[in-house]
Design a protein around this ligand. Structure first.
Ligand code: DX5
Ligand code: ZN
Length: 215
């Protein structure tokens, strides 16, 4: 399986965004994970369109936007216009999931659906053959630096079984508390995209940290 490491910008040093992006790229990160929080879907507020617009010229790897917002439909076109690679919305957000997926795909982007730790994987099934990636939250969305929730592993195993049995080409991303130890567990369970913030940006040796998630 080809594994992808997606560096979550939320954990970088915001006083030097440009050089932090370079650091992640040079360390071998495959994608940049951009967490948008609106203070409604989750309590926290992170960053949004103006910040991404400003940093995009300095980014040389695909950008994957994770929308933790109450109404994703309000934002999809704007991120698509900027030229991001993919957009992931939450199954639990208040928009029509199918409508949002159709919109993302009509803009030629990779479409993802994320589920919180307590949302069963069956909720994805009506949409799973129409998306490119599932984003399984391995912490409650809203904050970086939380501990990995081991109880989510079963859901990843079920998803991998379903995807393989039905011959779907859907990636399974995991997000939250991913480090060298938990990456081992989610890999065994069937995940193939590892979103990681604190572990990557907080590492003494960032290159080693990125490599340790893949190997
Ligand atoms: C949390 C975000 C994550 C977060 C992960 O709601 O979706 O992408 O940045 O951070 P770490 O890797 O620190 O758990
Ligand atoms: Zn995220």
């Amino acid at each position: 399986m080809d594994y992808i490491v997606s560096a979550s910008l939320l954990a970088c040093d915001f006083t030097k965004l440009g050089s932090e992006i370079k650091r992640a790229e040079n360390a071998g990160a495959d994608w940049l994970h951009y967490d948008v929080m609106d203070g409604m879907f989750v309590q926290n507020i992170s960053f949004g369109e103006p910040v991404l617009k400003s940093i995009l010229p300095a980014v040389n790897i695909p950008v994957d936007v994770h929308l933790m917002v109450a109404d994703p439909m309000l934002y999809i076109d704007n991120y698509a216009d900027m030229g991001v690679m993919g957009i992931t919305i939450h199954e639990e957000s208040s928009c029509g999931v199918q409508e949002a997926i159709d919109k993302i795909r009509s803009r030629g982007l990779k479409a993802g659906i994320s589920i919180k730790p307590s949302t069963p994987f069956e909720k994805l099934l009506p949409f799973i053959d129409k998306i490119d990636m599932v984003l399984v939250m391995t912490v409650e969305p809203g904050f970086g630096g939380q501990s990995f929730m081991h109880e989510v592993l079963d859901k990843i195993i079920q998803l991998r079984e379903y995807i393989d049995k039905n011959n779907l080409s859907v990636r399974i991303q995991v997000d939250g508390g991913i480090n060298d130890k938990t990456a081992e567990l989610v890999k065994k369970a069937g995940a193939d995209v590892f979103v990681s913030g604190s572990y990557i940006f907080g590492a003494d040796d960032i290159e080693k940290a990125v490599a340790s998630l893949k190997n």
